[in-house]
Ligand binder design. Structure first.
Ligand code: PLP
Length: 455
């Protein structure tokens, strides 16, 4: 084996990487040409790469490092747990202290009757669990025909077969199709699809597509609706105010289950513990991952209501993962939650840093290339446009200008992502006001550079 370290020259690391490492959501051939950026260290909101650049991570990794990088106590807790009990499973009537503690903590944090927790290792897996759980629920209730789950186009619910199918990403569906029993309705993306309607009219119209779909499929065949409070990977799409109340009304009317996918919106990102609290909806199951451990270790959790758990508990739910509730992951997640509480992080987001970021973010709206600016808590997006008055899209293939702008951001040591021609940020929740200023300064410089290229 070739011995390498962070001291190995970047070009050598890149060559070895592209020779043997298949990257997610990356074109391998492009990697071989250009080489991946090698990240070597991180602290707070700052990454360091193998060339010594200090990069502002406005994406918190993949929307997950909520408490920021560099909290040593998580490493200490993991090491201690590995020494004491590195592994045991939770199948067949066994348990252990970290998983008991974490399930109880999550039941305490999650409002209402969300009191039961099923553990997985990733958001995708947790959504697989949820799909199986809602079908098992209706089966146990004597309604086995209720199999269909309704989701939205341009939603992201993961990358496993079920997660991908639940999601509404056309580029993923086109590479091999989706599983049966998933139905997609349109997304509440006013900027792109609102036409001549007002945002309020559009929000209602898009919500009512849920009712149309239920009636078309047959209410006796619909198991659940799944939705992210704010569509993260879809481009931080914030629904008009009329949307979620109407969706909840329809869910209640037909008695279907509601899964709120909180993988991005959970653990403080919206200024609440969970995103559904921001909108006042009442989910039966929530999907959580990412911020649960701030990305320090893989762990995910479906947090389940009394209503659903009381039915699932009457049968043996034939489902589980070797690492469901892994003791080391559970101990790290607990420490992460302890830090969040200790820092009053949810309150900091709601009452301090999110309003500050919102002010600065909306100010970018004066840029000639920026149309829509949207922000909920610490997730924000802006639409790049050739004409903000008409909500026009660029003539170049969708995503060309977004990609170019992202490259300018990289050049300015800022990680800002593009989704088509929408730019998105989701920084660590611990970001300071000075760091927000720096983020905005670098974003504006990058927008200027991109604009120069297309003028
Ligand atoms: N659900 C949502 C809303 C997500 O944003 C993601 C990942 O970005 C997932 C599910 C899948 O999570 P994972 O990548 O941990 O499988």
């Amino acid at each position: 084996m070739t011995l390498i370290s962070t001291q190995t020259p970047t070009a050598e690391l890149q060559a070895l990487d592209s020779a043997h490492h298949m990257h997610p959501f990356t074109q391998g051939a492009g990697l071989a040409e250009k080489g991946a950026r090698v990240i070597t260290r991180a602290e707070g909101v700052w990454l360091t790469d193998s060339e010594g650049h200090r990069i502002l991570d406005a994406m918190a990794g993949l929307w997950c490092v909520n408490i920021g990088y560099g909290h040593d106590s998580l490493a200490e807790v993991a090491a201690q747990q590995m020494k004491e009990l590195p592994y045991y499973n939770t199948f067949f009537q066994t348990t252990h202290v970290p998983v008991i503690q974490l399930a109880n903590k999550l039941a305490e944090i999650a409002p209402g009757d969300l009191n039961h927790v099923f553990f997985a290792n990733s958001g995708s897996e947790a959504n697989d669990t949820n799909l199986r759980m809602v079908r098992a629920y209706w089966h146990a209730k004597g309604e086995p025909d209720r199999q269909v789950v309704i989701s939205r186009k341009n939603a992201y619910h993961g990358s496993t077969m079920a997660g991908m199918s639940l999601g509404g990403m056309a580029g993923m569906h086109s590479q091999g199709g989706i599983i049966q029993g998933i139905h997609h309705i349109n997304q509440p993306n006013y900027w792109l699809e609102g036409g001549d309607m007002t945002p309020e009219e559009f929000g209602l119209a898009r919500a009512r597509e849920l009712e149309d779909a239920i009636l078309e499929i047959g209410p006796e065949k619909v198991a659940a609706f799944i939705g992210e409070p704010v569509q993260g990977a879809g481009g931080v799409i914030v629904a008009p105010d009329t949307y979620w109340p109407e969706v909840q009304r329809i869910i209640d009317k037909y008695g279907i289950l509601f899964i709120s996918d909180e993988v991005i919106c959970g653990f403080g990102r919206t200024g609440n513990w969970f995103g559904f609290e921001y909108y006042g909806t009442k989910p039966d199951i929530i999907t959580t991952a990412k911020g649960l451990s701030s990305g320090y270790i893989p762990i995910a959790a479906s947090i389940v209501s009394d209503k659903v758990a009381s039915v699932i508990d009457t049968v043996e739910f034939n489902h589980g993962y070797t690492y469901s509730g892994h003791p080391v992951a559970a101990a790290v997640a607990l420490e992460n939650l302890r830090i969040m509480e200790d820092m009053n992080l949810v309150d900091y987001v709601k009452n301090d840093i999110a309003p500050y970021l919102a002010e600065q973010w909306h100010a970018l709206g004066d840029h000639p290339m920026v149309g829509d600016t949207k922000i909920v808590g610490m997730m924000a997006s802006l639409a790049l446009t050739p004409n903000k008055d008409t909500r026009a899209v660029f003539k170049s293939p969708a995503g060309t200008i977004g990609y170019m702008t992202r490259e300018c951001c990289f050049g300015n040591d800022l990680i800002m992502r593009h989704v088509g021609d929408r730019m998105v940020v989701s920084p660590p929740l611990v970001i300071t006001r000075d760091e927000v200023d720096e983020l905005i300064k670098r974003a504006r410089k990058s927008l200027d550079e991109a604009y120069e290229k297309i003028k």
